[in-house]
Design a protein around this ligand. Structure first.
Ligand SMILES: [Zn+2]
Length: 202
């Protein structure tokens, strides 16, 4: 009944520990309420609950927030089914790969190789940063012109859909940034404490 794609080995359902879970009429769906800040969801999706704890909830204990920050940041951005569906839209371009003499050009050979997941994830990350930091509307990712540009740059990269970009990828990046900020803060707290001890000794 719980048909989560069994991707990350961790029980991502574990997030329900922190939410009041009420079954809805349609099987397998629940409404939820955060046990910390009491925010409610008519229909609660696991990813949204996770990102609530990681990025949004102001009342949730820090260690729980950190756990979900790490969880989301580590989640592979490529396991979203939406990203697979676009492959077909760019697929037609593949025909151009054969050079006029019928031979595959050497560049094309490398371009046609499957993109390693880590590389694809790095491009995803660069993409979401560019969109957010340059204030580019998320709808641009669905523009055929923009997709053509990405295709010309990297034919074996399948760009995310607008939905994936504005939801999963944005969440992941927010989590990564929040995590980095926390680390930075921890570091500066240590520094301040260190300075305090140094100065108190003199
Ligand atoms: Zn909350």
């Amino acid at each position: 009944m719980v048909n989560n794609k069994s991707k990350p080995g961790r029980k991502q359902n574990g997030v329900w520990t922190y939410f009041k879970q009420t079954p809805l009429k349609s099987a397998g769906h629940y409404s939820g309420e955060c046990k910390f800040c009491h925010k409610k969801w008519q229909r609660a999706y696991i990813g949204i609950l996770q990102s609530h704890l990681a990025n949004e909830c102001t009342d949730c204990p820090e260690e729980i927030q950190n756990y979900w920050l790490g969880f989301i940041a580590a989640k592979d951005s490529l396991d979203d089914d939406d990203s697979a569906s676009i492959a077909s839209s760019t697929g037609s371009n593949k025909k151009r790969k054969v050079a006029s003499n019928g031979q595959t050009e050497i560049d094309d050979f490398f371009e046609n190789r499957e993109l390693p997941e880590s590389k694809a994830a790095a491009i995803d990350r660069a993409l979401i940063r560019a969109f957010v930091c340059c204030g580019i509307p998320f709808a641009v990712i669905d523009s055929p012109f923009f997709r053509e540009l990405l295709y010309q740059l990297r034919p074996n990269y399948t760009p995310p859909t607008r939905k994936v970009l504005s939801e999963s990828l944005l969440n992941q990046e927010t989590s990564r940034v929040n995590k980095a900020i926390n680390k930075e803060l921890e570091h500066s707290q240590n520094l301040t404490l260190g300075n305090y001890f140094l100065s108190s000794r003199s």
